[in-house]
Write a protein that binds this ligand. Structure first.
Ligand code: MEV
Length: 385
């Protein structure tokens, strides 16, 4: 390996083809590899260069459809982008077991995101809190001036909460601005608003404090999707399998090592749907895992019990900042097709579906684990292929 291989000044200033040539030379790509790098798929190199930085190519992954999904009595085809072979089959299978008892039921969700402003160097927290609360309506109004379109659509800043936290560096006051971002993920709108009101707080000398961070929180506790389904006992494999599934579930509740894997399985499906629809997988992941540990003990995002008919009832609760607008969503040709396949009208509807996908994925994994084991299921899939 060449010394200082990665020290390339002004790499970002090069064109895509110049970057390709430089990297190809540095790592000795052969003719075939160069040809693959030069295949941009349905994008032009200029489009790719606008989407990201230091671009040298495009990256292709399978775009698949999970079947059998019925959510709030509507049928959906679920687009998924994933490299893991059993995810699409697992989701389709979980949805099939729920379908016979009516499918998934997802509750309504408001697209409320939190913007945080951190106030430090506080000498009198009570006075700071009082001053902020006295200016609450004014600050909400200022925030809403930042995004008139959002407000005209029925969204915008709706509330402002004040929290006091103890840190290693003393007491801090944290402002939470609650913003209804409607069909967006919300980072742009929320970050613009918190930066603006932080500026106004300083300018008007509203408080004796220093303002530090102004940024969205990915722990979207006001945008939680709640979804449930009845999983048919016979399709699950009978009472014994259900008992094993419940044993597996309480294992996850009692043990974070298992809970992390169970939640990874849930996110397998949700991330695949998020990628297909151009959503921010990192934001969704961060929120999900933080929510899973909100009680102080990291646990599974799903829950299960047996009903009077001896079927298994499953539920999931997960922050779901899925968007149908903004970022790459309305620009990427494949995300546009994904949204058309889904036939969703809003971010709320997409979030409700995403929660169902997570639950379907979890029940499919638990069933396979409690029955024949995940590897033997995988092997069958490989043999079929
Ligand atoms: C593998 O990608 C996901 C599983 O490990 C999930 C689980 O264990 O519940 C099968």
């Amino acid at each position: 390996m060449k010394k200082d291989l990665s020290k390339i000044s002004g790499f970002f200033k090069l064109s895509v083809s110049e970057r390709q040539a430089l990297i190809s030379k540095l790592v000795n790509l052969n003719k075939e590899e160069k040809q693959i790098l030069e295949n941009f798929g349905y994008f032009s190199s200029d489009q790719l260069d606008l989407i990201s930085e230091n671009v040298i190519g495009s990256f292709c992954l399978p775009f698949a459809i999970a079947t059998n999904f019925k959510v709030n009595v509507k049928d959906y085809l679920i687009p998924m982008v994933t490299e893991e072979s059993s995810i699409v089959a697992g989701a389709s299978n979980g949805a099939k077991i729920a379908r016979i008892c009516g499918g998934f039921h997802s509750e309504p969700i408001k697209s409320i995101m939190i913007g945080q402003i951190q106030l430090t160097n506080i000498t009198n927290p009570d006075v700071v809190k009082k001053n902020l609360l006295e200016n609450k309506e004014y600050l909400i109004k200022i925030a809403n001036l930042c995004d008139k379109t959002l407000v005209a659509m029925g969204g915008g800043a709706q509330d402002l909460e004040i929290r006091e936290i103890s840190t290693e560096r003393g007491q801090m006051i944290i402002i939470h601005l609650l913003v209804n971002v409607i069909d967006a993920m919300g980072a742009n709108a929320v970050n613009t608003m918190v930066e603006k009101i932080a500026h106004v707080i300083l300018e008007k000398k509203m408080v004796k404090a220093q303002i530090n961070l102004k940024i969205i929180s990915n722990l979207a506790v006001h945008r939680v999707a709640k979804c449930s389904a009845i999983f048919d006992r016979d399709l699950l494999g009978g009472t014994e399998v259900i008992e094993r599934i419940l044993d597996a579930h309480v294992f996850a509740k009692a043990d974070p090592f298992r809970a992390a894997t169970a939640n990874k399985g849930i996110m397998n499906g949700i991330d695949a749907l998020a990628l297909a629809t151009g959503n921010d997988t990192r934001a969704i992941e961060a929120g999900a895992h933080a929510y899973a540990s909100l009680t102080g003990n990291y646990g599974p995002l799903t829950d299960y019990y047996i009903d009077n008919d001896e079927n298994l009832v499953g539920s999931i609760e997960i922050p779901m900042p899925m968007a149908t607008f903004g970022g790459i969503i309305n620009k990427h040709p494949m995300t546009k097709i994904a949204l058309k396949i889904l036939d969703v009208r809003s971010a709320e509807e997409l979030s409700q579906i995403a929660a169902a996908v997570g639950l379907a994925q979890n029940i499919a994994a638990l069933r396979a684990l409690a029955d024949e084991g995940i590897q033997s299921g995988h092997m069958k899939l490989h043999i079929r292929k």
